[in-house]
Design a protein around this ligand. Structure first.
Ligand SMILES: Cc1cc2nc3c(=O)[nH]c(=O)nc-3n(C[C@H](O)[C@H](O)[C@H](O)COP(=O)(O)OP(=O)(O)OC[C@H]3O[C@@H](n4cnc5c(N)ncnc54)[C@H](O)[C@@H]3O)c2cc1C
Length: 483
């Protein structure tokens, strides 16, 4: 991609996890300078602290960049793509574009903050004014502090502090037409970033699930406000029902902003309890960012160090069965297959499959976290490890390790008519509801009538939950002893 360049005095917007034109403080500020605006995206997987995106995220990034480029084009703003370490690319680009100002929205991982701070210094020394904003969270993670001045480790007081603070400002509109430059700035073609898979195309389910760009994302959110938010409080736990927003992949890449969702929900007229629950979920996202900001390397380190002593298992049989959705537990298998097919999994089921891996199979949460990282379109450096550690019991404000989800009871409670399991485990679809979540208890005739042959058309259970639960509780004693 080559783009017309400003010969003199351009304003650069460095896009990162904020691939949108509406409610984008960096773009808004650049447009207000009246200078020719140039967009830059750097595909940087090698700077210290950068966590290279997983395969599903790369797919989402590709299409989000294509949509952003179109949306910027309508404003007269070119988007230039480059690849390499940001610390080299950004100053060089500022020189080529004859920029006097650069704008970006902040990211909150400590290692990336270090990259950005150093860049700010270098750019300032080179006469380029660098200005940054909070565009991707409702609050600035460094500003919320407990009474004793430290970071929050417990969600409820964090949520209270967030609610007691200032209401997030209203979302900004997309800028009107921006001044454009002249001359050419060379950039890479989008396909040269190699974000799409080579070889067999496994992205059909992703394409069906995640239309790209702001208009599509906001359209989905508007539908959610009209039909999903009313009843969200209870419905959000039912994976077979359309009561969640499915905004997480768009939030991950900043195709929508949390302020747009916050204010959209507030103005929707939804019942108060449903609204509060939804805002509270947005606050969980903030809490995860807060934790990641204050406690770096959450994806590799147990927040609760006593878990360093936990006797995790390795299993060359059980781990692949979990990944493929072949554990013999229908709700677990439905979740893992939803993930594989669509790059997403319903939150309730994420908790069930994570608990199953960590407790029933006693496999290290980091192994599951990495699998999610590679397969989720919404894989997030803060929310993914924070939630894995929450389920494992090693995290901040975590579910206690001894709270072990029973995958049968969870299935029966949250997918009582089996809509979700039948959608993703079709080989069980003819089983009656009463036995759907525990096919091993079905009699021979029921199985035969449903066309199910255990061990042939659908796997036997990899573990017996009751025995596995006991082993997990025994192992927990190791952690207790370490305290
Ligand atoms: C093991 C595990 C791993 C997870 N990994 C990720 C991840 O990598 N990326 C990610 O965005 N979410 C992650 N989550 C949180 C949650 O499952 C998703 O945010 C949610 O399912 C997204 O669907 P939605 O947009 O329809 O949610 P909605 O119910 O509509 O909620 C609205 C928004 O609130 C936020 N939110 C909701 N629940 C949580 C939560 N528990 N933690 C943080 N934010 C939340 C999300 O941004 C979400 O889009 C994980 C949860 C678990 C249990």
């Amino acid at each position: 991609m080559s783009a017309p360049a400003a010969r003199r005095d351009a304003a650069i917007v460095w896009f990162r996890d904020d691939l949108r034109v509406a409610d984008n403080p960096a773009l808004d500020a650049a447009a207000r300078t009246g200078k020719p605006v140039v967009g830059l995206f750097v595909h940087d997987t090698i700077s210290p602290g950068v966590r290279a995106p997983g395969a599903a995220q790369k797919w989402m990034l590709h299409h989000s960049l294509a949509a952003l480029s179109d949306a910027l084009g309508e404003l007269g703003v070119p988007l230039v793509l480059r690849a390499g370490p940001a610390s080299d690319i950004v100053p060089a680009f500022a020189g080529e574009a004859h920029a006097s100002a650069i704008f970006w929205n902040r990211r909150y991982d400590q290692a990336l903050i270090a990259v950005d701070s150093e860049l700010k210094r270098d750019l300032t020394a080179a006469g380029v004014k660098a200005t940054s904003f909070n565009g991707n969270y409702l609050h600035e993670p460094s500003l919320l502090k407990t009474g004793s001045g430290g970071p929050y480790k417990v969600f409820t007081p964090f949520r209270r502090a967030l609610a007691a603070g200032e209401e997030p400002g209203p979302p900004l509109p997309a800028p009107a037409q921006c001044a454009s430059g002249d001359g050419e700035l060379p950039g890479l073609r989008l396909d040269k970033l190699s974000l799409l898979p080579h070889g067999p195309d496994w992205t059909g389910g992703l394409r069906e699930s995640w239309p790209a760009g702001e208009a599509a994302a906001m359209g989905r959110f508007t539908d959610f406000l009209a039909t999903g938010l009313d009843g969200y409080g209870e419905g959000r736990d039912r994976p077979g029902q359309p009561h969640v927003s499915r905004m997480s992949p768009y939030l991950r890449f900043g195709v929508v902003s949390p302020r747009q969702l916050w204010h959209g929900a507030r103005e929707s007229g939804a019942p108060r309890a449903d609204l509060e629950k939804f805002l509270s979920e947005l606050a969980w996202r903030e809490f995860c960012c807060h934790l990641a900001f204050h406690f770096p390397r959450m994806d590799s380190r147990n927040f609760d160090e006593r878990f360093d002593a936990f006797p995790w298992r390795e299993s060359h049989r059980d781990l692949p069965a979990w990944k493929k959705g072949m554990t013999g537990y229908p709700i677990v298998d439905a979740g893992m297959r939803e993930l594989w097919r669509t790059g997403y999994m319903h939150n309730r089921v994420r908790m069930i499959v994570a608990s199953f891996l960590v407790k029933d199979l006693m496999i290290d949460w980091r192994v599951g976290e990495r699998w999610f990282w590679d397969t989720l379109v919404d894989g997030d450096t803060a929310s993914n490890p924070a939630n894995w550690q929450w389920v494992a019991g090693s995290g901040a404000d975590a579910a206690p390790y001894f709270r072990i989800f029973n995958p049968v009871l969870q299935g029966e409670k949250f997918d009582p008519q089996g809509d979700y399991v039948r959608a993703f485990v079709p080989e069980l679809s003819a089983l009656p509801d009463r036995i759907l979540h525990k096919p091993w208890e079905a009699d021979t005739q029921t199985l035969a009538q449903a066309g199910v042959e255990l061990g042939v058309t659908y796997p036997h259970r990899v573990v017996d939950h009751r025995e596995a639960r006991q082993s997990a509780l025994d192992a927990l004693q190791t952690v207790k002893k370490a305290s």
